[in-house]
Structure formats: C-alpha cells, structure tokens
Design a protein around this ligand. Structure first.
Ligand SMILES: [Fe+2]
Ligand SMILES: [Fe+2]
Length: 271
C-alpha cells in the first residue's frame, strides 16, 4: 500500500470515531492512533542471550533466509502497546509506566517507613528489586545497583547490590531466618554458589552491612496480596530528597547507565 492510500484509509477510519464534541487535538490524536495501529511493524520481544534456542539466519519478520524483512522494525520509537513515557522521564515515571506490578517494592518501602527507618533505608527498599520489576531478573541486585548508582548515595547502591546475597544467610541478631520460600523454590539441599558466599562475607564485615540487612528484613514480609492501596506518590518526598533526578531525564543524561533506562523505555527496539 502506498503512503497516500495508507493516509487516506487512516483518515476515513479515524473520522468514523469522531464525535461532535471532540477538539481538534483529540481528533488529531485519534488519527495518529489509527495510523500507528495500521503500521506493519515487526515488534521484537525483549532479547536475552538464550544459547539453547535455535537461532535462524533469517532476519526477524522475514520468511526467507537472507531475505528482506517483510515489515519495519521498532527501533528507538514508542511501542504503541505500552504506555507512553514522558520525554524527560523521572524515576516516578518508571514506576507509573514501566512496572507491571510495583506492589512488592511499595510494600517493602512502606514497611521501612512505618518503622521510622531513615531515608536511605526507605529508598533502598523502594529500589532493591527495580531490576526484577522493569529490567532483568538474573543478578538483579547488581543490575539494580548499577541502574541507580549515579543518582543515589553510595551506601544505597551498595546495600541494594548486597541484598541479593544477604537474603540467603540468616542473622539471628535481627531475627532474620533463611526464607522458607527458598526451601520450596530451590530444595532443602540447595547451597549458594561460592561467589554468592563471598559477596555475603564481604557484606557481613562492612560498615554498611545493616543497611543492606534491613532491605532483606522488609523484603521478607512484602508480598501481601491484600495490601493494594499503596502508591508511588507516597514516596515522592523521599525520592525528591534522595534521588538526583537528571534534568535531561533518565536515559538521556549521557551517564554510564543511560542505556539501561532507555532499554526499559523501548524494550522492543530491534537493535
Ligand atoms: Fe531481591
Ligand atoms: Fe524483594
């Protein structure tokens, strides 16, 4: 279909949805919506290295090996299926638009807040699993720490990284037991990898140990399906005081982790 035909058809389809009280910009938006729906876009799924998956030499979206793709790729553009992220996105925008379920993070930070813990702990709880919720699950403590490191106190990023290992080790002095859920998930005979133990031992003897340990304590009880009334708005002040939001927006400040935030904005970008 040529461009003119495509535009004409989109205009007709959009006009059919117009109502008398719609403003010009509402009509323009409806028109744009129809055009986006009509585009033949090949939308990649978020891609991770999966060496056990057979890999074709054919370009995605192509039926013929070595042949041209039959549709355009999504690349650095909004996926019409996802909520639009503002041009200069803030941390709160990622909570609002890129997390399918931020409840665990909100509950965890809420527990810290209710117990009167300081800002650093509340923020660390709020961000400790941000990678699981919006980026990548594997090694989530490390990815989360990297994501936030340019914008938070060093202690917060450190605590977030170390919580990944600390969760596997009890600390009776603060009433933290090995999680029962881990026995079910990994088996009674599960033993952590040596590098996880090394992470733990380093953290155990560190001056910021308790900050990370407090994440694990608030983590353990933060999976309550009945607590549904929490909102990121509750933490706006804590974030405002302790997260150095870049003026250009997360993903566009030229920092060493900007690409990770961009990946969250455009998870289906082809390259
Ligand atoms: Fe975690
Ligand atoms: Fe967690």
């Amino acid at each position: 279909m040529d461009r003119r035909t495509f535009m004409n058809r989109a205009a007709v389809a959009a006009a059919a949805t117009f109502t008398a009280d719609m403003t010009l910009s509402q009509r323009a938006e409806a028109f744009e919506g129809v055009m986006i729906d009509g585009l033949a876009r090949h939308i990649e799924r978020p891609f991770l290295c999966e060496p056990d998956e057979p890999r074709s030499m054919a370009p995605p979206g192509s039926n013929t090996p070595g042949g041209a793709p039959t549709s355009k790729f999504m690349a650095g553009m909004d996926d019409p299926r996802l909520p639009r992220v503002p041009e200069r996105p803030t941390l709160l925008d990622f909570f609002r638009h890129r997390m399918a379920n931020p409840a665990h993070l909100l509950q965890s930070a809420n527990l810290a807040m209710q117990q009167g813990m300081d800002d650093k702990v509340i923020l660390a709880c709020l961000l400790h699993d941000i990678s699981v919720e919006a980026f990548i699950r594997m090694d989530h403590g490390f990815y989360a720490a990297q994501l936030i490191a340019p914008y938070v106190d060093e202690e917060v990023a450190w605590a977030v990284q170390k919580h990944q290992a600390l969760r596997f080790f009890a600390d009776e002095s603060v009433g933290y037991d090995y999680p029962a859920s881990y026995r079910a998930w990994f088996g009674d005979d599960y033993e952590v990898e040596p590098w996880v133990r090394a992470e733990y031992e380093e953290a155990r003897n560190h001056r910021w140990y308790m900050t990370s340990r407090l994440i694990t304590i608030n983590d353990l009880y933060a999976f309550d399906p009945n607590v549904t009334d929490l909102s990121i708005d509750q933490f706006e002040d804590v974030v405002g005081r302790n997260f150095r939001q870049p003026r250009e927006g997360l993903g566009f400040d030229g920092s060493s982790v900007a690409h990770m935030w961009r990946t969250m904005i455009w998870p289906h970008s082809f390259l």
